[in-house]
Write a protein that binds this ligand. Structure first.
Ligand code: KG4
Ligand code: ZN
Length: 342
């Protein structure tokens, strides 16, 4: 079964082809350079860029896989959550393709794609997680702790009450005059910094609270900057970055470990752009080793927004439809910008 996946929920335009769980091709056109000068994603520019990119991205996916459009059995597309204009581009491209080929199309949940990404066969040699596992989805748009008991069996254990972790790092980066996305710049600068130099707040520390809040950290960094009285440079800047990052990582790691224990999971899965962060990876690896939990973080290309995770999820959703030779009937598939998984 060959599945085409399409992802366009935010600022990455991506297409991938998967055959029986194996990635045949995977193309991502990132819009980071387009949005960098504004310090964040501009929705209108994002949707326009998706329109420009989508056909080339699809062509690239077929070329890389050595597969023709006639060989595709079903299409999966991100239906939400995300930016409505961006979602529409992927959705309409998916509809057009599936309609012309008269093959089934399913709309899938973006966060669910992130959660199940480690189940995709990437030939990386990484051990696949077993159910139940504790999923931490942590990116510019999401910070969720989700108990995964099987495909389609999810329970929300915690979520951010305000900013997502990546959003917080991006805003702190902007305050410090760093290039977009701030999370990436903070990761680099933190390497030489002292994470204990500034004692930034860890919100909602109670043992039985699994929610996150990062807006206080943002305010605290702003206050610290005012106290310093000038734009920090050199070691001062590295110390500020390392301390702010430590506050984010500390909250994420503590709550994730506690949440895994709460549901008696043996494995923690981390997905989303922030899982690229070196300090977060190190801290989770140390904590998991101490607590005898296994840690599964998909390869980088599957951590950030991508279509392989969408095709990967689509293959479960499409199996029955493909096997029964169902045709296209998804004319009314609409974007769901604020779709909650749980
Ligand atoms: O998953 P993603 O590509 O897009 C969504 O937001 O859905 O995640 C992007 C986020 C940004 O906030 C970016 O700053 C953060 O992931 N990020 C990082 C790193 N790489 C990306 N944050 C910290 N350290 C990194 N190395
Ligand atoms: Zn995402």
């Amino acid at each position: 079964m060959k599945i085409l996946g399409i992802e366009s929920s935010c600022d990455e335009c991506s297409a991938a082809i998967i055959e029986d769980g194996k990635v045949l091709s995977h193309i991502i056109a990132s819009q980071i350079p387009l949005h960098a000068k504004y310090g964040g994603v501009v929705p209108e520019l994002a949707s326009r860029a998706h329109i420009v990119d989508i056909v080339e991205v699809l062509r690239g996916a077929f070329k890389e896989a050595g597969v023709s459009p006639e060989q595709i059995d079903g299409v999966a597309v991100t239906q939400g959550p995300g930016l409505i204009g961006s979602l529409l581009v992927g959705l309409e491209a998916a509809k057009a393709f599936a309609y012309v080929r008269n093959i089934p199309l399913v709309g899938v949940h973006h966060t669910e794609g992130h959660l199940l990404a480690p189940l995709i066969d990437t030939a990386s040699g990484m051990e696949k997680p077993t159910f139940p596992f504790m999923g931490l989805v942590v990116s510019g748009g999401h910070t969720n702790l989700i108990a995964v008991r099987g495909i389609g069996q999810y329970e929300s254990i915690g979520r951010t009450l305000d900013d997502a972790a990546g959003e917080c790092l991006d805003k702190v980066g902007k305050m410090l005059g760093l290039p977009y996305p701030g999370g990436v710049a903070i990761d680099k600068l933190s390497v030489g910094g002292d994470p204990q130099k500034y004692d930034f707040p860890r919100a909602l520390p109670q043992h039985d609270n699994f929610d996150f809040s990062f807006s206080g950290l943002k305010t605290s960094v702003a206050t610290q900057l005012r106290n310093i009285g000038h734009m920090p440079e050199g070691q001062d800047l590295a110390d500020l970055c390392a301390s702010a990052l430590e506050a984010v990582v500390d909250s994420l790691a503590r709550k994730t470990i506690r949440a895994a224990k709460k549901i008696h999971a043996k494995t923690i899965v981390v997905a989303g752009g922030v899982s690229a962060n070196r300090r977060l990876r190190q801290r989770l690896a140390d904590d998991c080793a101490r607590e005898k939990l296994s840690l599964s973080i998909p390869p980088m290309k599957l951590c950030t927004d991508n279509a392989a995770m969408i095709a990967g999820l689509g293959q479960y959703r499409l199996k029955d439809l493909v096997e029964s030779h169902a045709g296209f009937d998804a004319f009314n598939l609409q974007p769901r910008p604020s779709w909650n998984l749980v």
